[in-house]
Structure formats: C-alpha cells, structure tokens
Design a protein around this ligand. Structure first.
Ligand code: UT7
Length: 323
C-alpha cells in the first residue's frame, strides 16, 4: 500500500488594490511597454490598510478550507512558505493557526524565497507519507511590496502581494503514476549564488532591507535550472513531458516561463499563466496560479500537473502531482 498526499482543496486571496504598469511611469523612468515586453507583467496587487502576510495567508487558508469542506481542527499541520513574515518571530504560520481558531496540531514557516511553496509542498508530502500528519494546509503568502526599493525601476515594477493555499490529505494509492496526489519532488539549492538575488537587510543589519537582483544572471540560471528540475521530477515519477496536462510555473517572467516550457517541448497552451495579473508574488505565485487555474476550469481532477520554481539562494525545485 502506498500513501499519497492528495489535493483536497485550494484557495487564494489578493489585496483589493490593483496597480497598473502605467502608474509606475508617473514617478520612474519606465513604461508599460518595457514592463510588458520584458516581463509579461501588466498589473499587480499591493497590500494596503494593514494587510500583512499572515492576514492574507489566513484569508487564503479559509478559502481552501471552504473548498475542501473541512474545519480548522480537521488539520494536523500548517506549513507557510514566506520570506516576508509579519515579524522575525513567531512564525506567521502560528498566527494563521490562531486566526483559524485551530487548537491542535502544529504550524511553522518555510523560507526558500520564490521556491518556498515547492519546498513546503515537499515537506508536507514527507510528513504525510511518513505518517506524521494526515491533513496539511500548505500556504504561500508574501508581502514583497515591503521589500521594494521604490526608486529602483529594475525591481519594483516586477513584484506583487498575495496568498494561495492548498490542503493535502493522505490517501491510499497503488504506487503507480496513475495515482492521484504528489508523485515526485525534486529540491535543490546552491548557496554560491546567494548574492545575485538577496535582501540587503535583516537581523544582522537591524533593518528590513531591500530586494536586490542581478536580473539577467537570475534569468540565465532560471531557464536552465527550471527545465532540468522539471525533467528530473518527471523522470522520478516515471513520466515524461508528453504526459503533462499543466505546467504551473513560478510566475516571475513570461519569457522565462515560455523558454522553460519550450525546453520541455511544451507550448504555452499547457501553462497556467497569472504573471500578467499578479506579477511576481514569490512563494505565493504557484498556489495563486493553482487556485486561479482551478477556478478558470483549466486544472481538473486527474490532470498531471508539474510545478516548478526558482528564487533567492538560489533555491529551486519542482513537484509532479496528479490533481
Ligand atoms: O522570482 C525570483 C526569480 N526572479 C526572476 O526570475 C527574474 C529574472 N530576471 C528577469 O526577469 C529579467 O532579467 C528582468 C525582467 C529583471 C530584466 O529584463 P532584462 O531583459 O534582463 O533587462 P536588463 O536587466 O538587461 O535591462 C535592459 C535595460 C537596461 O538598460 P541599458 O543598460 O540596456 O541601457 C536597464 O537599465 O533595461 C533597463 N531597465 C528598464 N527600463 C525601463 C531596467 N528596468 C527597467 C524598467 N523600465 N523598469
């Protein structure tokens, strides 16, 4: 008997404030045309009125619980992927636990920047298949607007805020790739590349700091590493690109998404795209895309979904799952 971590529900939350590309051209030497053509981004949501990573995560969690038809105390664990927790500690996940009124189980944060949701899913999968937990709420939530240098046109136009959540539940499978649930995971990092995408503040500086990125360098690593990790995860699952119904990539740049799909031999018709409306929401981008992709009627039960992401660290990885 094989235990599989199967998707039971999904949900998301986006702040009400939408900022169009054209708004940046008022204060910065940039244009809608540049942002759109270089990144594919057209607009993004930005947190306001006291919205925080934990408040958005809580809203996404409630939506996922409603989708699954579950109560907070039906959960055994909450894993929240974020690099922008409200406070240095406690973990934002414990704030979500309290907000939900969940009085059992455990909650913690995972920090692998834009790849955080992939790392959180792999952790949840490990806990479910080892019997440590049966139902795990996995959230990606970020307030990257708090990390922006709003005078730096090369970064501040690229990011947005939001949250997405997924509930995984242990179920029995046959051990074949026909099973529903997570079929394989592939995680990687290379700390030698930490300087090309980092925040120049934190506990050691006594400041929050700002995001700094060598965009073209990150771009180059992204295309190469994302295609490789997706191929590796598919191979581990005994599958190939031809079996894929949907790629749900980290939504950082349409050109990266297109190039990665092309390396896998797949067209954009196989990709769930939200980058145009959300921008790069770091660890929130994949669960947001999963929730939106399901709501649009793109992702359906039984579909083979490949999730892949890369971000600061560099850290990157992928998950193959049958919805
Ligand atoms: O989420 C984590 C992973 N992150 C990523 O995957 C992001 C990876 N990198 C990228 O997506 C792209 O590198 C960017 C979108 C960040 C930049 O695109 P690019 O085609 O690599 O542009 P570039 O950085 O090479 O800049 C080209 C030009 C430069 O001007 P010069 O030196 O050619 O005169 C920049 O100064 O564009 C200029 N530029 C801008 N111009 C107008 C940079 N930002 C802007 C801007 N508006 N906002």
């Amino acid at each position: 008997m094989t235990i599989r971590a199967v998707v039971r529900g999904v949900g998301h939350y986006l702040p009400a404030r939408v900022v169009e590309n054209s708004e940046f051209a008022v204060s910065l030497d940039t244009s809608d045309e540049w942002i759109r053509s270089r990144s594919g981004i057209e607009r993004r949501h930005l947190a306001e009125n006291g919205e925080t990573t934990s408040s958005m995560a809580l809203a996404a969690a409630r939506a996922a619980l409603a989708d699954a038809g579950l109560q907070p105390d039906d959960l055994d664990a909450i894993i929240l992927a974020t690099s922008t927790a409200d406070f240095t500690f406690p973990a934002a996940a414990t704030m979500v636990q309290d907000g939900l009124g969940m009085t059992r189980g455990f909650a913690f944060d995972v920090q692998a920047v834009c790849a955080g949701f992939v790392f959180a899913l792999a952790n949840a999968n490990g806990m479910i298949i080892s019997g440590q937990a049966r139902r795990v709420l996995v959230i990606g939530a970020e307030t990257f607007s708090k990390l922006m240098d709003w005078t730096d046109r090369s970064t501040c136009v690229l990011f947005g805020d939001g949250a997405g959540a997924l509930i995984l539940e242990g179920d029995t499978g046959t051990g074949t790739s026909a099973d529903r649930g997570i079929l394989s995971t592939d995680l990687n990092s290379d700390g030698r590349l930490r300087d090309i995408l980092h925040v120049d503040g934190g506990v050691s500086t006594g400041t929050i700091g700002h995001l700094r990125m060598q965009g073209p360098e990150v771009f180059r690593h992204a295309v190469e590493k994302l295609a490789k990790t997706a191929e590796t995860a598919l191979e581990k699952a005994g599958l190939g690109a031809a079996d894929v119904d949907w790629i749900v990539p980290h939504q950082a740049n349409l050109r990266i998404i297109k190039a990665t799909a092309a390396k896998l031999g797949l067209g954009l018709d196989k990709v769930v795209l939200t980058v145009q409306d959300h921008g790069n929401t770091s660890a929130a981008s994949i669960p947001l895309a999963l929730s939106v992709g399901k709501a649009r009627g793109q992702i359906k039960p039984g579909n083979l979904v490949v999730i892949e992401a890369i971000g600061g660290g560099l850290a990157w990885g992928s998950v193959v799952l049958r919805w």
